[in-house]
Design a protein around this ligand. Structure first.
Ligand code: COA
Ligand code: AMP
Length: 633
């Protein structure tokens, strides 16, 4: 381990309180914490419990207080609509404090939940920060989720108000939000009391007053509103993520730890200083968007780019290079899929040569495994370090990474580098013992987790404890498997639950199975993530029909695909449902999903000794060949 990094890392593990007390000096507190870590009730640890602060104050007001109000905070660039704008810290605060006033006028108070279901427009960022300003807890829902998913989030969070827009734009189609929201409100048991809708120019929709009001109307009489003082352990937001069942988990973030940790990462992991331009090409509906489009860069006081477009098709495979060049972006953070999409469309990098990227210093990838081919392709093209780092919605910041602001480490292709200060990562084998270097097992993190990670699940302390903290006493179970090599490099190989990663989007195959099971002709089904060159993984469904069904297979398959789109959303990218005769199972009735996946991915597999009828595997192979999933030998 390199000396400078190792000194900092060791301190963070040996004396986390000292380490995180020092980091806490870098943020604004109304009342500085004297108690750094409360360990009295594991696994419920509390960071900075007597500290008083405010997320929005740290994102905006703090920098204005330091005389940096005229500096650009946010650059919005939307190749999909042709709109561009810039907001200084002062301008952004002015919008946020006004909208905070509007929220208050609509009855939103400290602790109330606000759902934000919006496209990638500045108003979405304004809504998030306005919630933080008045101590409301936001829950942003990704626009690619369907009404059903939105309804489950309304019900679980018991939101008071919903903020949305008239539409979003996907290449080739307009996403009409209002009908989706209306349907979600109809489906939800819990009734929200107000909706504020941002009318996009040329796409205005009809609103039903007084429950539904427009963004502009809401602000007519709104007053500028100051930041409220928040206890460090109160919640900043809930972000729902796929769990092992169809019921999403509400990951919560506490306020003080979130600000301290995220601000710390900007310099130490990403080597970003206040005068730098930073771009995270994700969506505010995902954790990467929360942490690295909105919060961390604003806590740091640098400039962040909000991009409403795609790596390809808006208008071409040069879209990323154009943004980097136009705004002199220093570092970009995105998912490997985005680069695979660019590589597929422009393998020789012809678009790249049109732009000046001399200010560009590094590319960070996360959200799914970064395949060495893509990393090497990007390195060759960009001539800058390409850094794969690993993290989760649960943690909100990287568990392992090359900490480029501390010391640049060498790349090992296929590894997400070393544990970041704060995380004591271990591998536990199936016999519950700690693994030696290079031995595979479950990846766990020794408790307590560092600040900024999830202190619990929304209204579900028991689920938090049982799901994450019980299988390995004293450790957080990441549900990723892999190994750590002799140099301390972490290799993330697979998930150990039913989560799959589709284009960097986290999905539960269990949730898709739940939808398929609702089809009246389906007796049983299995959904698996199979390897895909572009999106990393793609879900496919295998369905067994009830006896006596007389509909043809093609119709049933189409209906199943539509049901997943309607109930989960287009983001599930569920396009293949194959009717098969029977599913391979163990004698005790467990579906052999792992074996089917290996067959679909053409990976060698051993005949499971407990299989009830080995001939089924040949049948499945034939079905996969017939459906072009598998090539015939
Ligand atoms: N609102 C509504 N629908 C959305 C959406 C949103 N915000 N985002 C995606 N969708 C839809 C897409 O339009 C597509 O619908 P379709 O089936 O009608 O074509 C579907 O969801 C699947 O989207 P996606 O998986 O993004 O595939 P794609 O083929 O549209 O684009 C990429 C492929 C690689 C260009 C795209 O996945 C991408 O930009 N990935 C970057 C990774 C990323 O941002 N990850 C976030 C976590 S870091
Ligand atoms: P999410 O919560 O949506 O960020 O998804 C988290 C999951 O994505 C992790 O548990 C991993 O399975 C996967 N993941 C994230 N980053 C990486 C990475 N760098 N390498 C491999 N898998 C990753």
């Amino acid at each position: 381990m390199s000396e400078k990094f190792s000194k900092i890392y060791d301190l963070s593990i040996k004396d986390p309180e000292k380490f995180w007390q020092e980091a806490a000096n870098d943020i604004f507190w109304f009342k500085k914490p004297t108690k750094i870590l409360n360990k009295s009730n594991p696994p419920f640890y509390k960071w900075y419990e007597d500290g008083v602060t405010n997320t929005c104050y740290n994102a905006l007001d703090f920098h204005i207080d330091q005389g940096k109000g005229s500096k650009t905070a946010l650059i919005y660039d939307s190749p999909i609509t042709g709109n561009k704008s810039k907001f200084t810290y002062e301008e952004l605060r002015s919008k946020v404090s006004k909208f905070a006033g509007a929220l208050k006028d609509q009855g939103v108070n400290k602790g109330d939940r606000v759902i934000i279901y919006m496209p990638m427009i500045p108003e979405a960022v304004v809504a998030m920060l306005a919630c933080a300003r008045i101590g409301a807890i936001h829950s942003v829902v990704f626009g690619g989720f369907a009404s059903n998913e939105l309804a489950s989030r309304i019900d679980d969070s018991k939101a008071k108000l919903l903020v949305t827009a008239s539409c979003g734009f996907e290449p080739g189609r307009t996403v009409e939000y209002k009908p989706l929201v209306d349907e979600a409100i109809k489906q939800a048991q819990h009734k929200i009391s107000k909706m504020i809708l941002f009318q996009r120019k040329g796409h205005e929709v009809k609103l039903n007053a007084p429950i539904e009001i427009s963004w502009d109307e809401a602000q007519v009489n709104a007053k500028d509103t100051d930041c409220v003082e928040m206890n460090s352990n109160e919640f900043a937001y809930i972000l729902y993520t796929s769990g092992t069942t169809g019921t999403p988990k509400g990951i919560v973030r506490d306020i003080g730890g979130h600000i301290v940790a995220l601000k710390w990462t900007m310099k130490n992991i990403y080597n970003i200083d206040e005068d730098d331009i930073w771009w995270s090409a994700s969506d505010i509906g995902w954790i990467v968007g929360h942490s690295y489009i909105v919060y961390a860069p604003l806590f740091k006081g640098c400039t962040t780019v909000l991009f409403e477009g795609k790596p390809v098709g808006t208008p071409d495979a040069g879209a990323f290079w154009k943004i980097i060049s136009d705004y002199k972006v220093k570092s970009l953070f995105t998912a490997p899929t985005a680069f695979r999409a660019i590589k597929k469309e422009d393998p020789e990098g012809k678009f790249f040569s049109k732009y000046d990227l001399t200010k560009f210093e590094s590319l960070f990838l996360a959200g799914e495994r970064a395949d060495p081919d893509t990393i090497k392709w990007a390195e060759n093209l960009l001539k800058v370090p390409v850094i794969d780092h690993w993290w989760q919605t649960e943690t909100s910041w990287a568990i392992s990474s090359n900490c480029t602001g501390i010391e640049m480490m060498k790349t090992k292709y296929g590894s997400a580098c070393k544990a970041v200060p704060g995380y004591d990562v271990k591998i536990i084998k199936s016999d519950q013992t700690l693994a030696k270097p290079n031995e595979m097992g479950d990846i766990v993190v020794k408790l307590p987790l560092p600040p900024g990670t999830f202190p619990t699940l929304w209204n579900a302390d028991q689920r938090y404890k049982e799901n994450y903290m019980s299988n390995y006493e004293g450790y957080y179970q990441t549900y990723d498997a892999g190994h750590i090599d002799e140099d301390g490099y972490i290799w993330i190989m697979s998930r150990t639950d039913d989560i799959i990663n589709v284009a960097g989007h986290r999905l539960s195959t269990g949730a898709i199975e739940e939808v398929l099971s609702e089809h009246q002709s389906v007796a049983e089904c299995a959904v698996l993530g199979i390897a895909d060159k572009l999106k990393g993984q793609l879900p496919i469904g295998l369905i067994v029909l009830k006896a006596g069904v007389d509909k043809d297979n093609e119709t049933i398959s189409k209906e199943c695909i539509q049901m997943v789109r309607d109930k989960i959303g287009p983001v599930a990218a569920f396009k293949v449902a194959i009717v098969i005769k029977r599913l391979p199972k163990t004698r005790s009735g467990k579906i052999l999903r792992g074996t089917i996946r290996k067959i679909a991915d053409s990976v060698e597999y051993k005949m499971p000794p407990t299989i009830d009828d080995p001939a089924i595997l040949d049948e499945i192979k034939e079905d996969l060949i017939k459906n072009n999933i598998l090539k015939s030998a």
